[in-house]
Design a protein around this ligand. Structure first.
Ligand SMILES: [Zn+2]
Length: 211
């Protein structure tokens, strides 16, 4: 069997197993998805949102990209955010990075990753630059990368609050709460590092007063 054929074979076993446990499983999910959470995570194959949070299909709406970035010109991310907040009415948006992130390490290096990746990683370099004093003071490279991972998650969470999508939902429906988490590849544990409850004050420069 070829490697991708194993996936299709495993899929058949998984579907049969689900049906054996719960004959209505697929019928129920096919008709309705009402997730309470939007997850913005890293594309890294070692950080599967459902598996590490013990959640089932239907419980988390997921968007993933390299180093879990919230870029205000990223139509893909903004479409997911708008659909999750306006239509699915999620109550929590979670930005989840992870220690040992290759994207973070790449952004800390001086290597040329060619134009598209350079463009993406530049956003993380900006987070480093804004926190240069704190980060440069950390001698150990791995610890410095870990701290940048935490600072990056905080920055991306704050960026969510700068969107009119979030500000409008905060104003009219007092949701969603925003969370910045970092997952540990070495111990499997999530470290909650930052939180912005719905309606949290933000820099007035980014606040829309005529929504
Ligand atoms: Zn990563």
């Amino acid at each position: 069997m070829k490697s991708y054929e194993v996936l299709l074979h495993e899929n058949k076993l998984w579907a049969a197993g689900k049906l054996a446990q719960d004959p209505d499983f697929f019928d129920r999910l096919a008709h309705l998805q009402t997730p309470e959470f939007l997850w913005i995570g890293c594309s890294d194959s070692r950080v599967p949102a459902n598996e590490i949070t013990g959640t089932a299909p239907g419980e988390i709406f997921v968007h993933r990209n390299i180093a879990n970035l919230v870029i205000h010109t990223d139509v893909n991310l903004l479409s997911v955010l708008e659909y999750a907040v306006v239509h699915l009415k999620v109550r929590h948006v979670i930005v989840c990075g992870h220690y040992g992130c290759g994207g973070i390490k790449a952004a800390m290096s001086s290597k040329d990753y060619k134009q598209v990746l350079n463009m993406w990683l530049r956003n993380i370099k900006d987070v480093y630059r804004h926190n240069r004093k704190e980060l440069d003071a950390i001698g150990d490279e791995e610890q410095r990368a870990d701290r940048l991972t935490e600072l990056n998650v905080m920055e991306q969470t704050m960026r969510l609050a700068k969107t009119s999508i979030i500000q409008k939902a905060w104003k009219n429906e007092q949701r969603p709460d925003l969370h910045g988490w970092v997952y540990g590849l070495k111990d499997g544990l999530i470290n909650p590092v930052f939180e912005m409850k719905a309606g949290s004050p933000i820099d007035p420069l980014y606040e829309f007063t005529d929504l």
